[in-house]
Design a protein. Structure first.
Length: 319
């Protein structure tokens, strides 16, 4: 008899009463049955807490923990403290799974004899239009190659998302000698930093071509104001500096510096395109005073950089 090994599924939930039940039902409908679904209600102010309690009564595999609102990293860390499974994965409370998602992923991670399996996903907008992630390359890879790519690429090898991955959690904890937690001081790329630190303690990664996860793009209340974008560039810096604490090897430091520069440049570019730069000296400093490694950029990034440089020079002269 083939006995299923336990899977821990961690779900942070914050003000998601419109989507939560449908998301949880997509987990309960899985044909892989030996799992624990750990829902962390992160201080919700709508009816999320009540829905969580009702769902807990529906199935004994659901565990609900209520906490103060501290953000997704703190919520995930609570889940990690309670997780008892050999395997570990995550799901966002407004997304859904295909029915055989977990059975297929666990079967594949065992077949390939790897520490992490990366799955593909469908991206669904508010008009129900869907497109596929088409993540490349597909196959088995050493962890070092994957780490170097994910540092400065949000999609290659499945990027730094926790919800599209199946992790052999027992093996990772054994290799690390500890439980690896999310950095609760980070609010941008906190998930990428966690994935990169996990990958340090893995030998092999398999990128699958199977589509298991349905990622929904929802309207959000995140402000695109001047203040928030100014803070964003500082938070990006903080995340990349944190990477240097656990990725100290020279080949990683080079990629971290490059990733930081490209993220700074892209943020300024999007503000420039949206005519949101205004009279901010912060953006001028990043373009005119920072020594970007332009020769390392792709052709598109080089063009963006030089357009911005010309723009700021002209603007400076006209003041």
């Amino acid at each position: 008899m083939n006995i299923e090994e336990k899977l821990s599924i961690i779900m942070p939930a914050y003000n998601c009463d419109k989507y939560l039940e449908k998301c949880v039902n997509s987990v309960l409908d899985q044909d892989y049955i030996n799992f624990e679904l750990i829902i962390i209600n992160d201080g919700s102010t709508d009816t999320t807490a009540d829905i969580c309690e009702n769902l807990k009564q529906k199935d004994s595999r659901i565990k609900v923990i209520h906490s103060e609102n501290k953000g997704p990293s703190a919520a995930r860390n609570i889940g990690l403290k309670y997780a008892k499974g050999k395997f570990l994965t995550f799901i966002d409370s407004d997304d859904e799974l295909n029915r055989s998602a977990y059975s297929r992923m666990i079967k594949e991670i065992k077949k390939q004899n790897v520490d992490i399996l990366v799955g593909q996903w469908n991206i669904i907008d508010e008009n129900r239009k869907s497109k596929k992630s088409n993540i490349t390359p597909v196959g088995k890879f050493d962890n070092q190659e994957v780490i170097k790519s994910i540092i400065n690429d949000d999609l290659k090898f499945g990027g730094g998302f926790p919800w599209n991955k199946m992790i052999d959690w027992e093996k990772v904890k054994k290799n690390a000698g500890r439980t690896i937690y999310f950095n609760e001081e980070l609010f941008i790329y906190e998930d990428k930093c966690w994935i990169l630190e996990i990958l340090k303690y893995c030998k092999k990664v398999f990128v699958s071509n199977i589509y298991n996860y349905n990622y929904y793009i929802r309207k959000n209340s995140l402000s695109h104001s001047y203040e928030n974008n100014q803070k964003r560039i500082q938070m990006i810096e903080k995340s990349y500096y944190y990477m240097k604490k656990f990725l100290k090897e020279p080949q990683y430091i080079i990629e971290i510096e490059k990733g930081l520069e490209m993220n700074q440049l892209n943020l300024i570019w999007y503000r420039f395109k949206g005519k949101l730069i205004h009279n901010d000296k912060c953006w001028e400093r990043y373009i005119l005073q920072k020594k970007y490694s332009v020769k390392e950029y792709s052709q598109v990034m080089k063009i963006k950089f030089y357009i911005l440089k010309i723009y700021f020079k002209i603007k400076k002269r006209s003041v």
